[in-house]
Structures are given as C-alpha cells and as structure tokens.
Design a protein around this ligand. Structure first.
Ligand code: HEM
Length: 152
C-alpha cells in the first residue's frame, strides 16, 4: 500500500538524516576549532544532509495529504486545535520540521556565500546544530506521550 510505503520510508529516513547531521556537525566543529580547510568531505556531507532533509520534506508533504490521521483531522476542523494528538500531527510536526529543514537549507546557502573556510565551518555548525535540536524535539519518539510511535 502506498501509504505504508511512504510512512516506512519517512520513518527510516529520519535515521539517515540524524546520522548525516551528526557527522556533518562533528566534521565542521573540528574544522572550525582546529582551523582546518573546508574540504570536499565536509562539503559533500552538508550537501547530502540538505538533500535528505528535502526528501524527508517531500515524503512528509505526501503523507500530509494521504494520512488517515490528517484526513480525520481535516474533517473535524473545529476541534483539532484542542486535541493534543491532532494538533501535533496537523500543525506541530509540520511547522517544527519545516523550521528545521529551512535552517539546514539556509546554513548550506550561507556556507557557500562565506568569505573564508572558518566562516564556512561555523555557519554549517550553527545552523545544522539548531536544525538537529529541533528535529530531535519534533520526532514522535516511542517515549513521547500520546503521539509516540515505534522506533522504526
Ligand atoms: C526532518 C524532517 C522530519 C522527520 C525527521 C520526520 C519524522 C517522522 C517520523 C519518525 C514519523 C513517524 C513515522 C512512523 O510512525 O512510522 C513521522 C510521521 C509523519 N510525518 Fe514527519 N518528519 C519530518 C518532516 C515532516 C514534514 C515536513 C511533514 C509534512 C509536510 C511531515 C509529515 C508527517 C506526517 C503526516 C506523518 C504521520 C502520518 C501518519 O502517521 O499517518 N513530516 N515523521
């Protein structure tokens, strides 16, 4: 079924994104602190992180339209804001993740506009770190009450 295919892909891709974010952060932090050149590996890592974030956005948007939860929320338009579960899926997950993906994208764009390698490392590190923090906060981890999902 198309819905479960996209939901599973979206679920698995979160780990790919988290790993790429962490690797890029380690690399750019080291580069920033040790005054290393902004090498091709850091550039590729930040590129693939941004692409993965955009892919996650694309799948998220598809899910937003085909998910039974979202369809239920839309058909009960009056009450969803007062319902913690529906508010999370209708609004909080979407807005939070959009913000995280926007920060990652802006970090990558500003890195390209930086004047020197130190500035490149610093911009990637700061924007990706905030992006990672928001992503971690907005994932429906199994230990989250009401909205929690399984690990995979
Ligand atoms: C960094 C970006 C994102 C991450 C890491 C992420 C992560 C997740 C995870 C882990 C789930 C639960 C999957 C499951 O239960 O198997 C989920 C569900 C969902 N996400 Fe995202 N998400 C992201 C961005 C987005 C965006 C931008 C949208 C909307 C445009 C979105 C819409 C949805 C929807 C609609 C569901 C649930 C659908 C359902 O259960 O029927 N996600 N997301």
């Amino acid at each position: 079924m198309l819905y479960s295919f996209f939901l599973t892909s979206h679920s698995v891709l979160r780990y790919v994104l988290l790993i790429l974010l962490i690797l890029t952060l380690i690399k750019s932090f080291r580069g920033w602190q040790k005054h290393l050149p902004f090498d091709a590996i850091t550039d590729r890592l930040s590129f693939f992180t941004t692409v993965t974030a955009h892919l996650q956005l694309l799948i998220g948007l598809i899910l937003y339209w085909i998910s039974p939860i979202l369809n239920y929320g839309r058909s009960h338009a009056a009450g969803w804001m007062a319902d913690h579960f529906l508010r999370y899926w209708m609004m909080e997950h979407l807005v939070g993740m959009l913000l995280a993906i926007a920060l990652i994208t802006v970090g990558r764009i500003l890195m390209k506009k930086a004047n020197n390698d130190m500035q490149k490392h610093k911009r990637i590190f700061i924007y990706f770190a905030i992006g990672l923090l928001i992503t971690l906060l907005m994932i429906p981890w199994p230990f989250r009450e009401i909205i929690g999902r399984s690990w995979l």
